[in-house]
Design a protein around this ligand. Structure first.
Ligand code: CP
Length: 311
């Protein structure tokens, strides 16, 4: 296939709202009728090229492809690939494009998956690039929200924690800005505020948003609470990380004034920011989110490969 005919997923904005709605419909059908999809990717191969650690994203991609009847290959760290010998991302994907039909790639450098997409003729999926974007986490979050709320519009979303380096936050805001009636409460310490370019996007879109530091004060207003980890690996010095790492810890008592139908999301992994005591609260959705992650990635693989189940 010609390079300009390939669909990649580098940013969530590479998908229209209609396409996202369609992926959600397919993921819901996969949930109800998994057997219908069991052979869809027979003889297809997914390569997972992970230059950074991952549990959920890599394993859910691999599980998704296996559940579609395809197979997987790849590596889980830069050290076990020829990147350790100095190979460029473009040479790596040019090579892997000869072995796989689709590539999911995570890289610590912002923009690396976009560069990769210019050097291969198979679809590239950005599985997280530095502190930039994580579009398949956003698809996961949208599927979770749509299932829990029955809608993707008209709600107040509280985003709490590391809004500076948290790439899942950036992608989720970009996605939800396209739905009506979304109000944002951005809860972070001054040092970890949402980057200026994202504030500009919110302002340009005319979105209603406020920046605050107090999680408990914001709690009663929230329909969605999106907790995030303080991103240790992106800090320039340990001292700052240690000072900020436990700044928000969600405990059952802090939910006393929350709505009864609040949904608590977290892309995971969690460190300290949600007490394990919250896990039993019916409003905690973060492990359910990991199931949604597999199902929406199944739908995405089918979409990017142009495949549909045989009825
Ligand atoms: N949510 C997420 O990206 O998790 P992993 O880092 O485990 O893939």
């Amino acid at each position: 296939m010609q390079r300009d005919q390939i669909r990649n997923l580098i940013s969530i904005l590479d998908l229209s709202v209609d396409e996202i709605d369609s992926l959600i419909r397919v993921a819901n059908d996969i949930d109800q009728n998994p057997e219908k999809y069991a052979e869809c990717c027979r003889h297809k191969q997914l390569a997972t090229l992970f230059f950074e650690p991952s549990t959920r994203t890599r394993l859910s991609f691999e599980s998704a492809m296996l559940s579609l009847g395809g197979s997987v290959l790849g590596f889980s760290s830069a050290n076990s690939s020829s990147a350790a010998k100095g190979e460029s991302v473009s040479d790596t994907v040019r090579t892997v494009g000869n072995y796989a039909d689709i590539i999911a790639m995570r890289h610590p450098k912002e923009g690396a998956p976009m560069i990769a997409s210019r050097h291969t003729t198979v679809p590239i999926i950005n599985a997280g690039d530095g502190g930039h974007y994580h579009p398949t986490q956003t698809l996961t979050d949208l599927l979770t929200i749509s299932r829990k709320k029955g809608r993707l519009s008209n709600m107040t979303i509280g985003l709490c924690g590391d809004l500076k380096f948290g790439r899942t936050v950036h992608s989720l805001i970009e996605a939800t800005l396209r739905y009506e009636g979304i109000r944002y409460i951005l809860i972070s310490p001054e040092e970890l505020r949402l980057p200026e370019y994202m504030i500009e996007e919110l302002t340009k879109a005319g979105a209603e948003f406020q920046e605050v530091t107090d999680l408990e004060a914001a709690m009663p207003e929230l329909d969605i609470l999106y907790m995030t980890r303080i991103q240790k690996e992106r800090f320039f010095n340990e001292e700052d990380y240690l000072r900020l790492k436990d700044i928000y810890i969600l405990t059952p008592d802090k939910l006393a004034n929350a709505k009864a139908d609040l949904s608590i999301l977290h892309p995971l992994p969690r460190v300290n920011e949600i007490s394990v005591k919250v896990d039993e609260d019916p409003r905690a959705c973060y492990f359910y989110q990991t199931l949604c992650g597999k199902q929406i990635r199944m739908a995405l693989i089918l979409f990017l490969l142009g495949l549909t189940p045989k009825d």
